[in-house]
Ligand binder design. Structure first.
Ligand SMILES: [Zn+2]
Length: 375
């Protein structure tokens, strides 16, 4: 989802990105306004877009501030045309291992504060508009129009609150629903259920919009696409959580000895596809070294021993550990290889390069097994 967005600034220390689909909004507003009154002014359409952008931002601030109280720090918020998506860092074990009732209460509070912020903002703007422009009629149809920007400011926020409360995942109402499912089902099944309901709601909106207000169709399309994207992200996370290292680790790999010279080491490296090597003394693992490091050392200091150049600081994992935990170790410490041990004995290695590769193979092999079982 990040890849289709651009950086536009920072809010409360959180990166704000605009999803490219947001650009549909000005075009859509211009078109709907044009069909009502052809003398529509471009700058007023842009002001309307600004009003929606402000509403979505206020909404996301609500989520960020409450999430922070639960220790969930947002890395970035991505603004979509009518809602936002928070890209949170849930890698902290205390945060990611929350389940059941605790998860439900956390998700509920984080979700509900987005719409609440919109309602608060709508109330404040209503009072301000009322005081600034005496005699303005906030109850006059249409509520959202380029012809009356102050009224649109108030109603845009009420609409945003209402829209986000729909039980259509990944909108806030849908998140609450999913957290509720997660009390009885595992996270993947809970997401699947929430996504099917979301797709059904999106379909109804799309069809209803064709016979009434085109905004409904547009909202339906956005919900449909967003649900699809979120489902994929959750599925990916579930693979990371459920695959054990023993399923993907390399078991056929080359090792080096600390007493090897760098020239010997390079010679072994030439005959292997590995970029990183565990260094073994007897049955003990004593360090790791990369092909790159061997070359650098040879170039800078000439021939020497692996012992003096190898990296002695490394992290090991157990074979039952999840892929998610290995990924965290690799990325948080900028490692390139993780030795997998059992009873202090080296039984495999995991590298970033091999993870990417094995993941796709594993997906294929699981698919084949499932097909076999079904036939
Ligand atoms: Zn929200």
């Amino acid at each position: 989802m990040r890849s289709w967005s651009i950086h536009i600034g920072r809010l409360f220390g959180v990166e704000v990105r605009l999803h490219l689909t947001f650009l549909i909004l000005p075009l859509f507003i211009f078109w709907t306004e044009y069909t009502v009154h052809p003398a529509v002014v471009g700058s007023r359409v842009l002001a309307l877009v600004g009003i929606v952008l402000a509403g979505v931002s206020v909404h996301e601030i609500g989520h960020i501030l409450v999430a922070r109280r639960f220790g969930v720090t947002a890395k970035a918020i991505i603004l979509l045309p009518l809602c936002g998506v928070t890209d949170s860092d849930e890698s902290h074990p205390e945060v990611s291992q929350v389940r059941g009732a605790e998860l439900w209460s956390r998700e509920f509070r984080i979700a509900i504060f987005g719409p609440l912020m919109n309602l608060a903002f709508a109330a404040i703007s209503a009072v301000t508009v009322f005081l600034a422009i005496p005699g303005i009629d906030l109850w006059q149809w249409p509520f959202f129009t380029s012809a009356n920007l102050p009224r649109s400011l108030v109603w845009a926020n009420i609409y945003l609150a209402g829209l986000n409360l729909l039980p259509a995942y990944p909108l806030d109402g849908g998140r609450i629903l999913r957290a509720n499912f997660a009390r009885t089902f595992d996270s993947t099944a809970a997401t699947r259920r929430a996504v099917s309901i979301s797709h059904a709601i999106a379909m109804v909106l799309m069809v209803a919009g064709l016979f009434s207000n085109t905004w409904l169709t547009m909202i339906g399309v956005i919900i449909f696409a967003a649900a699809q994207l979120e489902e994929r992200a959750v599925m990916f996370q579930s693979v990371l959580d459920n695959v054990r290292l023993e399923e993907v680790m390399l078991t056929d790999f080359a090792t080096l000895s600390p007493a090897d010279t760098l020239v010997d080491a390079l010679d072994k490296a030439v005959h292997s596809l590995q970029d990183d090597f565990p260094v073994i003394r007897g049955s003990d693992m004593v360090g790791v070294i990369s092909r790159q490091r061997i070359l650098e050392a040879l170039r800078m200091e000439g021939n020497g021993y692996v012992q003096s150049v190898m990296n002695k600081l490394f992290e090991v994992s157990l074979r039952q550990e999840s892929l998610a935990s290995a990924f965290r170790k690799l990325t948080s410490r900028n490692l390139s290889i993780i030795p997998v041990v059992e009873d202090q004995r080296l039984v495999g290695i995991v590298t970033l390069q091999n993870l990417m590769h094995s993941m796709s193979l594993l997906a294929e092999s699981r698919k084949l097994k499932r097909a076999e079982r079904n036939s």
